[in-house]
Ligand binder design. Sequence first.
Ligand code: NG1
Ligand code: MG
Length: 516
Amino acid sequence: MEVPIATSLRDIYPEEAIPVESKRWERLLAQFVERYERQADFVSRSPGRVNIIGEHIDYSLYEVLPMAVTADFLMAVAVRPSSEKSIVRIANMQSEKFPAREFEIPAEGEIPIDASELEWTNYFKSGLRGVTELLQKKRSDKGHFVSVGMDILCDGTVPSGGGLSSSAAFVCTSALAALKANGEEKVDKTELCELAIVSERAVGVNSGGMDQSASVFSLRGSALYVSFKPSLQTTAIEFPKTNPEFAFVIAQSFVAADKHTTGPVCYNLRVVECTLAAVFLANVFGLKRSLPADSSPLGVSLRGFHDTYFEEKEGIADNTKASVDEFKTQLQKLIQLAEDYLPQENGYSRSEICSLLGVSEDELNSRFMSKFPVRAERFMLRQRALHVFNEALRVLQFRQLLSSPPESSENLVKSLGNLMNETQTSCRELYDCSCPELDELCDLARSAGSAGSRLTGAGWGGCSVHLVPKDKVDAVKKVWEEKYYRKRFPDITEAKLKEAVVVSKPGSGSTIFKVT
Ligand code: NG1
Ligand code: MG
């Protein structure tokens, strides 16, 4: 599947967004001309996403169900002459927050990125670096590849640090822009997505692949079911018609979740804990085969353990071919095994893990904790594994409800909502990635009629998502306004209040728009 080339904004946005988006695009393109004294050649575009269910399991290579939102990242680009040095000039419509920069693309070696610094253009550089590596391989017969220079103007409407994955939208847009600028006429979605997943890790977060998949592959009107094993696959999922209709309502907590500063004790630590749980379980069960190397951030995963366990213990030839029902039964078994064989509620120390694995602490650290440092005395293997297996099971149940819905709409919404509520409990109790503000938004929403409420994205702040019957949306908004936003932020402006809550329909994925 190729990234589509749009010629009209109607190819990209739903009708109701056209008036606002037309003005925004006009401003962007006019500002481009003013700044660089020429027209842009094209606009590259990728949206943010909201995750409906499947939290913190993408990097363990379990299936997830996000959808793209309308908010997106735009990059107007003009290619600089290839006869000149490869200079990039990059600016942002929000110039105070994101000041303009200029840099030269080195003729040899990697594009330098200082991940220890919070610098907005790092996300562009990570996309460009990924593209450079890809084109160096693809075009190796044509000599050493160096990217052309570009003049760029960016505009993003996905709030940064707000849990809607502005980062993935930015990286996907950047990689797409760099491919296009370097003459790749047809961009394969899988190639772009895989490249963006790996590229984003250069910015300092050991992330999974959900956000980039949602940003690249989504189709308007559908959620996206993403599988990572045996390889990246996506399926568009439509929501059944119900009466009353329901909506996904997204509410900001306005607690900024900054993974760069909190990585060593939050996100990156969770990736390490899940990976250690996989290795630990493989050892406990004396699996003869070592865990298969896979595309997860640290190269082995709970999903790898899962498949290997059933292949060895139950003589299954290739567990990636298991049916959904078989897979559900397997997950139930794994939940029981994790309960029994990871008994320590207070976590596991480095030395306890080392003695089971028969490795030194130095080996453990260099294998799992050197790429991105983490800080922890005890690793909560039991809680993390239980969250992952249960959440993977909930995703399958959610999908089954969507594909064969019960006759009564009310039952459907109730069942979907219950699964979302269970996710929130698990994120709070087992995965420890919620925060009081997110918990409060969820409780308030449920008290006003939400069927299912939970954090979305990495958590520790950011956003929440709620499944709300349409006739209850206003009541939910009202209770948030009164009891959350105005109470916690007495000086909140009307504009900010409007920004806080969005009812988003599933949006479309990455696109190139030809300006001329
Ligand atoms: P956020 O922080 O919402 O962008 C992150 C990861 C995802 C996934 C979720 C949790 C990145 C780019 N994304 O999302 O891969 O693991 O958390 O489900 O870091
Ligand atoms: Mg992000």
